[in-house]
Design a protein around this ligand. Structure first.
Ligand SMILES: NC(=O)c1ccc[n+]([C@@H]2O[C@H](COP(=O)([O-])OP(=O)(O)OC[C@H]3O[C@@H](n4cnc5c(N)ncnc54)[C@H](OP(=O)(O)O)[C@@H]3O)[C@@H](O)[C@H]2O)c1
Length: 276
């Protein structure tokens, strides 16, 4: 077993393990097997969503492992049709039923969907769920600084903003907006979906230096930046390696060398245009 990831303290006072297991695009059966294996490896944090259609599998994997519910941190997210004060309560009820857990640790607005302009109302409903103890933390996903500003103007501060972020897409505008309000930035697709990023010479050189893989170097870069991150793997050996990044450190020059991979032309999905 790998040492479980250290936790970061959220504004709500919940503690989130800094590395979790992503579960998109697993189906229920894949998610159940992956989550059960991941708990055996040392993972204590799982990322799912209504939209992934695998919350049942994630819950099943937790139960099969035999671990206490309180020992794992579960994030889920809801779709655009629930963006209202009562809608989020309904969304949570369905998610909890599918997960088979009594509560959710972190509930996220999956996409802001500014065309329907109801994410502020949705967050008001989430704060009520938080006050009632039905969720441990309330956050957002794919929010740009302008979306965050709409919440902050109403004194609504998310615990987490989960966004597409990797060395090609450092998202400085989002990170700075998050940090300015004590919001933890969480990175999705952190290793570039296992693509070209992992062949970058700067990463392979650092991997050789530390006896690690390029994916581990990238994940260590996320950790060094203070992000929570959720690499997905269905392969137990890659799962193990993705969690095993707490026994080496990148120095400031090495972090800067990875920062230099930033590519302003790297594609990003525009959350003013896309959402579900
Ligand atoms: N909030 C949002 O809108 C949003 C959007 C997208 C994703 N997410 C979340 O973020 C999670 C992670 O993002 P992602 O799945 O898009 O991308 P990712 O974690 O960057 O990459 C996953 C891919 O990389 C492969 N992989 C895993 N570990 C590897 C390693 N050590 N070396 C080489 N390849 C490796 C995986 O294949 P194997 O399974 O075969 O190992 C999989 O194909 C998702 O699973 C989901 O939970 C959130």
């Amino acid at each position: 077993m790998v040492q479980p990831a250290p936790t970061l303290q959220l504004r709500s006072s919940a503690e989130i393990p800094q590395i979790g297991l992503g579960t998109w695009p697993m189906d229920d059966a894949e998610a159940a097997a992956a989550v059960e294996a991941a708990i055996g490896i040392g993972y204590r944090h799982f990322d799912t969503a209504e939209n992934y259609g695998n919350e049942r599998g994630v819950g099943e994997g937790i139960r099969r492992s035999g671990i206490a519910r309180s020992e794992v941190f579960v994030t889920t997210k809801f779709n655009r049709k629930w963006h209202s004060r009562d809608g989020v309560r309904e969304a949570l009820r369905h998610s909890v039923e599918r997960l088979g857990t009594e509560y959710v640790d972190l509930l996220l607005i999956h996409w802001p969907n500014p065309d329907q302009d109801r994410f502020v109302e949705a967050f008001v409903g989430m704060r009520e769920l938080l006050d009632e103890g039905l969720i441990r933390a309330a956050g957002v996903s794919n929010f740009k600084p302008a979306h965050l500003q709409r919440l902050l103007a109403e004194d609504l501060v998310p615990d987490v903003n989960q966004v597409h972020l990797d060395p090609y897409r450092p998202r400085h505008d989002v990170r700075e907006a998050d940090a300015g309000s004590g919001i933890v930035t969480e990175s999705w697709s952190p290793i570039g979906r296992g693509g070209d990023l992992l062949a970058e010479p700067v990463l392979t050189a650092l991997a050789d230096k530390y006896g690690k893989t390029p994916a581990q170097v990238v994940l260590r870069w996320h950790v060094a930046n203070g992000f929570v991150t959720i690499p997905k793997s269905g392969n137990p050996e890659r799962m193990r390696r993705n969690l095993d990044v707490f026994d080496f450190e990148l120095d400031a020059d090495e972090v800067a060398a990875v920062d230099a991979l930033a590519d302003p032309a790297a594609p990003l999905t525009d959350s003013d245009e896309f959402g579900h």
